[in-house]
Ligand binder design. Structure first.
Ligand code: ADP
Ligand code: MG
Length: 691
């Protein structure tokens, strides 16, 4: 076996359990770890004296434990006081284990890294990462930034970083030799150097210079990635040439009846997109269309028109949304539009149980024309009679496998002709993707854009405010709530851990409850059960909750027109497209709405320029273009958060010249080299917006 495919189990401490977690992230070998790129970086090259700590900033401190207390209560918490003789700092833990009591015992010396916040006892770090220092000894500080990697539940960020480090060590020592499929193409640049500068940059500025300065090593990586996408797409297209779909000709004129009874006139953008879809449905070629339209642009009615056409042709249609709340919203709209036409949607979500479920399944198997639900529709017990159109809302929330599972429910193979029948597919997203990027990241999908909002919307005003000025913001919330309006306070992803994220939101909710005791404050985060989330959302919708503290779970599609103030913490950590999505939660009613982006100062020039974009425009497409042009490293590499910007290294704006080279380069590759590239950069179909 070649060294470059050394197994994961050859790494210290890796057994089948960890190996399985890694494989779920498409990491199958030690070499694959090198291509798992950082989400962001932490600066652990310095120790900050405690008297210089500032709330809202990440810092590393060293000190000794003065006091340790367990706070009883509904949830026991651990409080530790640390000092370095310049000042004191409180470390706070909401969940803790016996070995933490030992680590944080009085008298111990520790090095801790975390975000500094204002707490009840002065400056605090919640759940810092800590290292015990032996007496008289201080381990050297790293001379490069520490990378933070995207990870998966059950695999700690530090553990993963340790494994990647081990892999880098082997790369440096020569124990690990990377496969170099483009080695024969006569290109400058070395993979090894590029990977080292990305995993272990001296500083962000250095990395930015490499990336912007067309560094040949980085370019080499980018070219690999672009080639891999090109090859994977070619493979996909080949598989598709054997598929067909039914023509859906609306002989009953149902779509026209639906449009005719709407209480509003379609915008010209909606009309254009409806026509594009209608043309697809009228043909045998399976539709694979991505419908993009900003939040509030009116995608639902476009979906309804497509559904009506298919039903008018005698076919069965399924509409799926990623959450029960969103699916319910669709159920309400579709019921209102389709009942007058004599069609009642069949509803299937996880909560539908027992007799109701059996009835729904029977109706679906019997050919009920319109089926609406959540991922419950993907499950194996659900049999459709003649599913010919699948509509998926907010598609980035679904995994490719789930969508394929549904498409399969409408598939069958014509043995004589060896052709496969599949349903037409329409996927909708409010995340605007610049066209160049969409064509590559979503290659193989046709794209429709609704680039016009219905008349009468007031644009949301946006402000940038450093996190240190929280108290002012609380007054601003008080004012809004006193006027009977509602507000969101979003605490985005802190670490890869949804536990910590949930806790940060919880701490913030407590802080706000203390500051605003006269109002009802709710909390929603990803660790809650779906019913709990649903209950909180409906309390917010009905106005029982006035201020909703949330993690980014509210990102998608929920409509609360009375909410007119959106506050987002750590805004600099989010992709612009995601900020745009969050901002789109307000400005849905008649009130003037506002969005406050809080950031941790100091803000780098690049990060500031990004956030300024949010102030300058509310046009989702312009924002996405800027995101692409301005994404810095760390930000650039933080593709996970923007959801769809799937390239890890390549940047289409920068790499236009590389894109030109791709066809000639892939021409020279043999089957094995092709395999390596696809595996390395695309993994499974996951990377494509294929449906
Ligand atoms: P999104 O694209 O975010 O899914 P929706 O489809 O939920 O947007 O539409 C947002 C709101 O705008 C809904 O209340 C919808 O009924 C309304 N709407 C859609 N199209 C029009 C239009 N052409 N004129 C006026 N209101 C519209
Ligand atoms: Mg929608």
């Amino acid at each position: 076996m070649s060294q470059s495919i050394a197994t994961l189990e050859s790494l210290p401490g890796v057994g089948p359990g960890i190996a399985a977690k890694l494989k779920s992230m498409a990491i199958h070998s030690v070499a694959d770890l090198l291509f798992h790129l950082p989400l962001r970086y932490e600066d652990r090259t310095r120790i900050t004296p405690m008297h210089l700590l500032q709330p809202g900033l990440d810092a590393q401190v060293e000190g000794r434990v003065l006091d340790q207390q367990i706070r009883p209560g509904r949830r026991r918490s651990l409080m530790v006081v640390l000092t370095d003789d310049t000042a004191q700092l409180v470390l706070r833990f909401f969940n803790f284990y016996p070995n933490q009591l030992k680590l944080y015992a009085v008298g111990n010396r520790l090095r801790c890294y975390g975000e500094v916040r204002f707490g009840a006892g002065g400056l605090e770090m919640v759940h810092p990462q800590s290292q015990l220092l032996q007496p008289g000894q201080a381990p050297p500080l790293p001379d490069h930034l520490s990378a933070v990697y995207p990870t998966t539940a059950g695999l700690g960020a530090q553990r993963l970083a340790g494994l990647i480090n081990e892999s880098l060590t082997r790369l440096i020592s020569g124990d690990l030799v990377l496969e170099d499929p483009l080695s024969d193409c006569g290109l400058p640049g070395a993979l090894k150097t590029a990977l080292l500068s990305i995993h272990r940059p001296d500083s962000l500025a250095c990395l930015e210079d490499l990336i912007d300065g067309h560094d040949p090593n980085i370019q080499r990586l980018a070219l690999e990635e672009l080639c891999a996408h090109h090859l994977a797409l070619a493979r996909l297209n080949q598989a598709r040439s054997k598929q067909f779909a039914d023509q859906l000709i609306d002989t009953n004129g149902l779509a026209a009846s639906l449009i005719g009874q709407l209480p509003f006139a379609l915008t010209s953008a909606q009309q254009r997109v409806i026509d594009e879809i209608a043309n697809n449905l009228n043909s045998n070629r399976p539709m694979r269309r991505l419908l993009q339209g900003d939040v509030g642009s009116g995608k639902t009615v476009v979906a309804a028109s497509a559904a009506a056409q298919a039903i008018g042709a005698g076919a069965q249609v399924a509409i799926i949304a990623p959450t029960e709340i969103l699916a319910e919203q669709h159920r309400t709209s579709f019921t209102q539009w389709f009942e007058p036409l004599g069609i009642t949607p069949v509803w299937l979500a996880g909560k539908v149980k027992g007799k109701a479920r059996a009835e729904a399944l029977e109706a679906i198997a019997g050919g009920a024309p319109l089926v609406i639900g959540t991922h419950a529709l993907f499950q194996s017990g659900v049999e459709f009679k003649q599913l010919r159109l699948v509509i998926v809302d907010e598609q980035h929330r679904f995994g490719v496998h789930q969508r394929l599972a549904l498409a399969e429910k409408g598939s069958d193979t014509d043995r004589g002709q060896r052709r496969q029948r599949i349903p037409h597919q329409l996927v909708m997203t409010a995340t605007p993707i610049p066209r160049t990027l969409a064509m590559t990241a979503y290659a193989g999908l046709e794209i429709s854009v609704i680039d016009e909002l219905p008349p009468g919307r007031k644009p949301v005003t946006t402000a940038l405010i450093p996190q240190q000025r929280r108290t002012e913001l609380i007054e601003r919330i008080r004012l809004a709530l006193s006027e009977g309006r509602q507000a969101y306070w979003v605490c985005p992803l802190i670490e890869q851990s949804d536990v910590l994220e949930a806790e940060a939101a919880e701490t913030t909710a407590q802080e706000l409850k203390k500051a605003l005791p006269e109002y009802s404050i709710g909390l929603i985060h990803g660790r809650m059960k779906p019913d709990q989330k649903q209950a909180i959302m409906s309390d917010f919708k009905s106005g029982h909750i006035q201020l909703l503290v949330a993690t980014t779970v509210i990102e998608v599609g929920v409509d609360v027109p009375n909410a007119s103030l959106m506050l987002i913490e750590n805004a600099e950590r989010l992709g612009l497209s995601q900020l745009h999505q969050l901002r789109g939660r307000v400005g849905r009613g008649s009130d003037q709405s506002a969005c406050v982006l809080m950031y941790k100062s100091p803000l780098g020039e690049r990060a500031r320029a990004r956030l300024e974009t949010m102030r300058e425009t509310t046009d989702g497409f312009r924002i996405a273009e800027k995101d692409l042009a301005l994404r810095g490293p760390g930000e650039v590499l933080g593709t996970r958060q923007t959801g769809m910007l799937r390239f890890r290294i390549a940047r289409l704006e920068r790499d236009a010249a590389l894109v030109e080279q791709v066809p000639a380069v892939v021409e020279q590759l043999n089957a094995e080299q092709t395999e390596i590239l696809i595996h390395r950069w695309v993994g499974e179909a996951e990377q494509f917006g294929d449906v």
